[in-house]
Design a binder for this molecule. Structure first.
Ligand SMILES: O=C(O)CCC(=O)C(=O)O
Ligand SMILES: [Fe+2]
Length: 317
């Protein structure tokens, strides 16, 4: 008997997500359509916010209809990466730490359907690995297949990481959409050699879906991206959760403003690293961090009505 599993199944059922959870079990990925994933015009508001952050960070608002490679100042680090010719990039620009860039990003993170699926995969105590916007223009190089779960093989069959990606522009093969290998999460290992090549792996398929869809996958699922043959830009917002013992790509503990924490739930505080208290050489700071972590965890337990620490054995805790 696992009361935490019952709890997440209630969340899944009450939101009408049963079939999507089944697909996650079977294929290792699922796609929520825009009407479920992006109510109240969330897609347009997120896309606009991502373009505004790009303008703010790079000095120029990206032109969604531009026909050349997208390569602002911060994207040049990825040029030539992963086998690309110089001047070409399989990644485009990647802008991270977006959760403190405005309320719409908080809304995207705390979207109940997104949280239900992330909880199904990585549990109620999982935290944000990163919230990142990818902006990609036409390119020649595919992003090779890989899984996001980290560590040596065999990987845990229980997901230690999960990826929830809002497609903010249409995803088609021509437009450089995500590629996945259905069922590959069951292999519990990274692809090797030619298995990694999207174009050469006969099991890889294109995840085609309209803008506003939310694509969700298990940390072990092999995925990559097709190169973008058509013009214009592809914009996506990637939200990655990891289990709380895994090192995150972003460090948010001291960086989430108080007013942002005040307007959000205890779960938001947990997700954004407020319950993490790594010991630091400054003893006073360590004590402050520990006190904050205790406070946040206790508020979260109260909010959930469950003492999560009593159920650490559950894959859903
Ligand atoms: O560019 C893509 O579609 C894939 C990005 C990716 O590998 C990820 O979000 O983990
Ligand atoms: Fe990935």
């Amino acid at each position: 008997m696992d009361p935490i599993a019952d709890r997440v199944m209630e969340d899944i059922k009450s939101l009408g997500l049963g079939e999507y959870a089944e697909e996650l079990d079977e294929k290792g990925y699922t796609v929520l359509p825009p009407d479920i994933a992006c109510p109240d015009g969330l897609k347009d508001r997120l896309l606009d916010a991502c373009l505004a952050v790009a303008e703010n960070r790079n000095g120029k608002r990206p032109d969604l209809n531009a026909d050349q490679a997208y390569s602002p100042r911060h994207a040049d680090q990825f040029e030539g990466a992963l086998g690309a010719a110089s001047g070409d990039s399989p990644i485009g620009d990647m802008m991270q730490s977006l959760v403190i860039e405005g309320e719409v990003f908080e809304e995207a993170l705390m979207n109940p359907v997104l949280l239900a699926l992330s909880t199904y995969l990585t549990g109620y105590s999982s935290v944000l690995l990163t919230m990142a916007c990818f902006i990609k223009g036409p390119n020649k190089t595919e992003l090779p297949l890989h899984c996001d779960a980290m560590g040596p093989s065999p990987l845990s069959s229980i997901s230690t990481e999960c990826n929830l990606t809002y497609a903010l522009t249409d995803y088609t093969r021509e437009k450089g959409c995500l590629a996945v290998v259905p069922g590959s999460h069951k292999l519990c290992r990274q692809p090797r050699g030619e298995e990694r090549l999207v174009a050469k792996n006969p099991s890889a398929i294109a995840v085609e879906c309209p803008a506003g869809s939310l694509i969700c996958w298990h940390g072990n699922t092999w995925h990559g991206a097709y190169n973008r043959r058509s013009g214009g830009l592809r914009v996506s917002l990637v939200i990655d959760f990891v289990r709380k013992h895994i090192r995150t790509a972003e460090h948010l503990t001291e960086y989430v403003p108080e007013d942002v924490l005040l307007r959000n739930s205890a779960r938001f505080a947990v997700i954004t690293h407020q319950a993490m208290a790594p010991t630091v050489p400054d003893q006073r700071k360590s004590e402050q961090n520990m006190a904050r972590a205790k406070r946040v965890l206790s508020a979260y337990n109260q909010e959930l009505g469950v003492d999560l620490q009593k159920f650490e054995w559950s894959p859903y805790a």
